[in-house]
Design a protein around this ligand. Structure first.
Ligand SMILES: [Fe+2]
Length: 243
């Protein structure tokens, strides 16, 4: 049966427009963050998090739900492991979370799974010192057609739910195939370049986009000079075009 689709519910905004908030409730010891998306109960799903120079987050014996982090700028140490920009980590539900420290300060995109639905995971801590270097890119194939000039790096997949997080590089001159939807929530943070979901909005570095599950979007996806984005989903992603 065809699901009920919604239209024009995507939210797209520059993270520069979001105020900084104290983040201690969801990540003890971390100073402040900009909430990109909150769930209906107010819990934070995704945020831009800022570690001040010299700041250290509290370690945790067992996290209540999976936490992912992608380093945008600066550097952090996760336990003993140093990560600079492009570094990525996943602490799965039930795994221990090392302290995260930053000598000189850092900004990260942090993604929190919903604690209400989290189940203990069989997976362990995942760390990519450089997601660009550590993860082989693949050329995505949509409807049997390889997308020339694209590079998709799947940084992590949740074996229980099919949720994943990707780095996607889009070539200059990209024009999408038209309006589409997914059965899962899709969130995107622009890291480099320019990419527009439609003719009214343009994403540049620091812009965030949320496409709700079963929400039609991508009315005119396009990029003039190419872009690299971080993209994450809360379940198994598939693309469905409306025509
Ligand atoms: Fe999409």
């Amino acid at each position: 049966m065809r699901p009920t689709l919604s239209h024009n519910l995507s939210r797209c905004f520059p993270s520069a427009d979001v105020p900084w908030h104290a983040m201690g409730d969801c990540w003890p010891g971390v100073g402040d963050g900009k909430i990109l998306r909150a769930l209906d109960d107010g819990s934070v799903r995704s945020a831009l998090v800022r570690l001040q120079p010299g700041q250290t987050s509290a370690p945790a014996d067992a996290v209540a739900a999976t936490i992912q982090g992608f380093v945008l700028s600066g550097s952090v140490t996760l336990g003993e492991i140093a990560l600079t920009d492009g570094g990525f980590f996943v602490v799965p539900t039930g795994a221990s979370m090392p302290a995260i420290a930053s000598n000189l300060g850092a900004e990260l995109v942090v993604i929190f799974d919903d604690q209400k639905t989290a189940k203990n995971s069989s997976t362990q801590l995942v760390i990519h010192k450089s997601a660009y270097d550590d993860v082989e890119p693949i050329v995505p194939v949509i409807d049997g057609t390889p997308l020339k000039g694209f590079a998709r790096r799947v940084l992590w997949e949740d074996p229980e739910t099919g949720a994943d997080t990707r780095l996607l590089t889009v070539p200059g001159g990209f024009e999408g195939k038209g309006p589409n939807w997914h059965p899962v929530h899709e969130e995107i943070f622009c890291l480099e370049g320019d990419i527009g979901p439609d003719d009214t909005r343009l994403m540049t570095p620091g812009t965030y986009l949320h496409n709700p599950a079963y929400g039609v979007h991508g009315y005119h996806e396009h990029s003039k000079d190419g872009a690299t984005i971080l993209e994450w989903h809360d379940g198994l992603w598939e693309i469905n075009f409306t025509s």
